[in-house]
Ligand binder design. Sequence first.
Ligand SMILES: C[S@@+](CC[C@H](N)C(=O)[O-])C[C@H]1O[C@@H](n2cnc3c(N)ncnc32)[C@H](O)[C@@H]1O
Length: 260
Amino acid sequence: MAETPGHHLCKDGSSTIYSSTFHQFYHNPNGAVAESIHVFFEQPGLLATLKSSPEAISVFEMGFGTGLNFVLLADLYLRFNAAFPLSFFSVEAFPITPDEAGELNYGDFLDHPHLMDGIPEIFQSLKPGLNQFNPIPGKQISLTIYNGLFENIERGEFPEEVDFFFHDPFSPEVNESLWQPDTFAKLRLMANDRSVLATYSAASKARASMAKAGWKVARASGALGKREMTLASPNSTTLSGFKRVNEDRLIERWDSGDFK
Ligand SMILES: C[S@@+](CC[C@H](N)C(=O)[O-])C[C@H]1O[C@@H](n2cnc3c(N)ncnc32)[C@H](O)[C@@H]1O
């Protein structure tokens, strides 16, 4: 297959893509796989939850991108011989092409490399609006992709009682709408008291925006040389063990226009 123009290898050897629309890589060029595992699995406690035989897990992802986070989660589910229902709901307005998906080398990083086989077909079949997949026959994993702008999802279309949020848009500088209080308020509607939102960004502006929408916000150690990342939850006890930010101060700064 001819290499597509945006395809790159990160320093850990895993693939990423350069978006010519957002002028940014889809992942940290130091390591797509390594950063995902740290930010979305280890720090928010998803890895520990997967091992603890929960009744069910529901994940919401902002930005399906290459599908990397989904295949990493499915791979762990199979590795741990999990049998509980896992639902993964992701949103993607600008899907990559099936050819781009076919070039990704994430199979080299999985215990179950065949999980990558179905990814180009998923992109091939995406229709506007909600798309439902049963990606691993015989397993209780459901994948739902909303193909469209997050801003356009209606209340009745998105999941409720989400346990883990993967907030994975491009950065606040280039993907501004997905870092606004409105966005975090909409996510809050899908959350329960134990929900944890994780994001790679440590920007004060992003944290202030979460705080404006009623999330409690904490710092966690960042991946691959980054000093910090961010965790948030509607309930402060969910964040115990992490150093909290001063939400009131960030809200004041937001209201006084500090982040414009
Ligand atoms: C950093 S990438 C996500 C990486 C992805 N989670 C992965 O595992 O490969 C951000 C994604 O958000 C999508 N996106 C950006 N703005 C959006 C919007 N307003 N609504 C829906 N998707 C959006 C982009 O097209 C891109 O695929």
